[in-house]
Design a protein. Structure first.
Length: 72
């Protein structure tokens, strides 16, 4: 006697998709934050004259770093 079972299949991998997506978002955000922090640190280490030579002021540093991080 053959028994036929009618069960719905649900891949186990799909259970963890939201978690994987969250981890990917957090990893990307962490990478962008690292670029932002590194850019701010590098530009802050320059003298006012060096910043002027590249067309920036100290008050431009956060906005410039945000743009750099967004491109990453």
């Amino acid at each position: 006697m053959d028994v036929t079972r009618n069960t719905a299949t649900f891949p186990v991998a799909d259970l963890f998709r939201p978690l994987r997506d969250l981890v990917a978002v957090l990893r990307d955000a962490n990478a962008r934050r690292a670029v932002y922090n590194r850019t701010v640190a590098d530009l802050s280490a320059l003298s006012t004259r060096e910043l002027h030579d590249i067309g920036l002021t100290r008050s431009d540093i956060p906005a410039f770093a945000r743009r750099a991080a967004a491109q990453n």
